[in-house]
Write a protein that binds this ligand. Structure first.
Ligand code: SF4
Ligand code: ZN
Length: 420
């Protein structure tokens, strides 16, 4: 791990070394978001004239109003940037860094993104004199430090006034999030001539290479094809490099000579071949930061998916943590694969094995979050309310109860070709 110390004018430490630090409930002074209060964060591009460099505003009560016992506040962090070389496509790439930069602050914990963000400030950091405008100082310094080639000016607005947080979420933040998703939704793997590699995770999984396509985002869930493209434009020699597709060898498995060549080079020979739509035959490698793990359940002739937040048992007899230790590390493990949540409802999901028809079990919470898209995908292949055909922990976590349920609902996986 590279430790870079940047001088930022805040009363507590600021370094990458604080990144993994947790703020536990008993050490916490202030809390924002995480489902407890409305909260969101956004980076948006403005005209040069609309950004006053280094202007930091706190609109609403600061955290000292929570003294002495501490408490919760709504929060919106709106970072507005301007620059000759800035483009709207760069906004999500810069916005993702809010997560890293705030975690660099001693006694500050940031989880999630967009309007599911969650922030905690510790008691000792509050007592050291840390106030909300220091969030702005940290973001100001780091954004210019890391993106000086595209940003000339930065201003930060921090809202804690509940009405404003809610109103601006509707007016500014959500329309932006939706527009970004919609742009990506219109893209298919066939409609572009270039995919991207991402090597960001080689710092801890040295042979790992993500291939990022419009219909398969990075397994961390934070790097879409548009984000990889923007990362390349911002930093031409950086972690994301283009792979010109060329002729496709197998559209169902997702096999290209260009990808195999790139993976061989970038993994230093560790991986020879990757089929980007297959879990059984030369699947993509997994680093360690996957949002979900997909694994074959032989008894059901299908696959299960488990997300990081689910702490319970799965029908494979392993928890997420146990599966993660056999799936990660940058090696190919046929039958197991890390993936981003959005890939589950992609039309390219396990295309080589028959697609979403193989999906037999997932935690209830994940299923509910994806219900609408699962049903939409199910409809396309001839099943109404497909989400209800997928078992979850309320059905059971042992193979027998899962298979009994699948038989009862007539799940398609049971009558497909053997998966292995
Ligand atoms: Fe890049 Fe993949 Fe790591 Fe995400 S998981 S940062 S896409 S290498
Ligand atoms: Zn990773």
């Amino acid at each position: 791990i590279k430790i870079k110390i940047t001088e930022v004018p805040i009363p507590v430490g600021f370094a990458a070394a604080f990144e993994g630090e947790r703020v536990r409930k008993e050490d916490m002074f202030a809390e924002f978001g995480g489902g407890r209060t409305p909260a969101w964060e956004l980076v948006r591009m403005r005209d040069m004239a609309d950004v006053e460099d280094h202007r930091i505003e706190v609109i609403g009560p600061d955290i000292d109003t929570l003294a002495p016992e501490g408490g919760k506040l709504p929060l919106a962090i709106l970072v507005e940037v301007a620059g000759k070389n800035m483009q709207e496509d760069f906004e999500p790439v810069i916005e993702r860094r809010i997560h890293y930069f705030l975690n660099y602050i001693e006694g500050v914990m940031h989880i999630g993104q967009r309007d599911i963000m969650w922030l905690r400030i510790s008691k000792s950091t509050y007592e050291a004199g840390f106030r909300l405008h220091h969030i702005g100082e940290a973001l100001y310094a780091k954004m210019l430090d890391e993106f000086g080639n595209i940003i000339d000016k930065v201003q930060v607005k921090i809202y804690t006034d509940k009405e404003k947080v809610i109103k601006l979420a509707e007016e500014i933040a959500r329309p932006k999030y939706e527009a970004r998703d919609a742009r990506l939704a219109g893209l298919t793997d066939e409609s572009v001539d270039t995919f991207y590699s991402c090597l960001l995770c080689q710092s801890f999984a040295p042979a790992h290479v993500c291939i990022v396509t419009p219909e398969r985002l990075g397994l961390c869930g934070a790097v879409s094809w548009l984000d990889a493209k923007a990362t390349k434009e911002i930093n031409p020699t950086g972690p994301c490099q283009p792979i010109v597709k060329g002729e496709c060898k197998d559209e169902i498995k997702g096999s290209w000579d260009s990808i195999n060549k790139a993976v061989q080079e970038l993994s230093h020979g560790a991986t020879k071949e990757v089929n980007i739509y297959s879990i059984m035959e030369n699947p993509m490698t997994s680093c360690g930061c996957f949002e979900c793990i997909c694994g074959v359940m032989p008894e059901a002739n299908g696959v299960i998916i488990v997300n990081r937040e689910y702490a319970g048992m799965t029908p494979l007899g392993m928890t997420f943590g146990e599966l993660a230790s056999t799936t990660g590390g940058g090696v190919q493990t046929p039958g197991f694969m890390g993936m981003g949540r959005q890939y589950i409802t992609s039309r390219k999901f396990l295309l080589a094995e028959g697609g979403i028809k193989r999906l037999v079990w997932m935690p209830k919470e994940l299923k509910e979050a994806l219900r609408e898209k699962l049903n939409q995908r199910g409809k396309e292949i001839g099943f109404e309310n497909f989400a209800d055909m997928i078992a979850d922990e309320t059905v059971g976590t042992d193979p027998d109860s899962v298979v009994a349920f699948l038989n009862k609902v007539g799940h398609p996986a049971l009558t497909m070709d053997p998966i292995m």
